[in-house]
Design a protein. Sequence first.
Length: 481
Amino acid sequence: MKKWFQNESRRLNLLLAALIVIAIGVAVLVNALTAELSERYPLSADLTANAAYEVGDDTKEILQGLTQEVAIYVLAAKGTFGGNPYLVQMRTLLERYPRLSEHISLEFIDYTRDPSFAARYPDQDLSAGDVLVEGPEAVKKISLANLFTYTYDAEGALQITGSRTEEAVTSAIVSVVTADPVYIGILTGNAVSEDRQVLESVLSGNNFSVSEVDMVTGNLQDQDVLILLSPMQDLSEDVLASFDAFLYNDGEYGKTLLYAAGADQPELPDLNVFLREWGIGVGDGAVFETDESHAYGYQPYYPFADYTDETFRDLLKDSSKKVLMPIARPLDLVFEYRDNKTVTTLLSFSPASGVRPSDAGNNFTADQATVRGPIPAAVMSTWQTGESKNFSNVIVTASAAAFASSSLSNPSIANAEYWLAILNTVTDRGDAVSIEAKSLAGNALTITTGAARMWSVILCIVIPAAILLTGIAVYVKRRYQ
């Protein structure tokens, strides 16, 4: 009997050991299978409010339609993308690309151990952390710094506010499989605005070839679009003549000049005469807003503009977002049609807006304004003759600050998306990519003055009063029961 129990115990031990071995084997097999599948398919779930760790539908559509081979090289070891949540998000997004298209390959290159990699690309100034996208038509480098958006904190330190990884990489993929790039020149000289780093980053991240061009010595004809940001010195006759030649383009047209004014500019009579020939007047003073629903925060000189023309508004993913136009000058239409030029108002300040003259005293009030809304905030003049199918444009916006870093980096307003929609349209880009930066902290809260006051009343008066009255009612009811 005792021997039988010993044999039975031995069999149970062997069975238990076999089960443990089988369980370990199954676990190893499941783990290996999961690892293999995760390399090909996205198995994780993104629970962030803005799907920060997932690529969007636009990217998926582009990748699904890809027929040419594209290689993505990350010049850093894979293990370095840890710790900082934005670096983790960057790695996660990059790993999505080869899973969504068999034509995409991704490789992490330990740049410190393999410096010979740079020898394959002698025309590229490569640095550790850069992302290199190579296709059949071109090679595009994305520096690590251009994969994020930034702002300055209260102490003046630079902080990351959002990720541009998807925007930059998807646009680079489109760029390296496209034979004809669009060239944008940001004009320099005449003390133009220096706040253009984010603008250049947004443009290059959306598949434009961007460069800075000296308006006096540069070759303007090589560009498709010229951007002039709030010069503080008037332009010479030679420069204005070169603008005319650029826009005429030997009768081929197809060019665009975008000029951004600002209330802090001095009078620029020669430039203003040039613009008036295109039907656009730039007035004196600064636009203010008295309608709280059209003012940013409590700042009347930071007005939102309304969409007057529906063409570009309808290209926005969310047309409820507004375009912020800080420190703006008033514009007006000199004519609507003349000499084959058609002038259209794109954006307008509200009927409750007004203009504070540049020579107004400190005691100026809104009631003293002689120029009142609606006031044009952005105007486009289109030049086309009957002999040409192409056309050239002069676009004037009342606010250079609309292109400032703080305006273009704020995902709660439409500035970046709106101006990209305009540039994509006037350059006839069918392969345009417009992808918003993603913040891991959620979108910044952009609130109008009226909304801010309403919530102040609700939070500081209505809710406390309701709590107090409820407490009194409960006390009275219990006291007299």
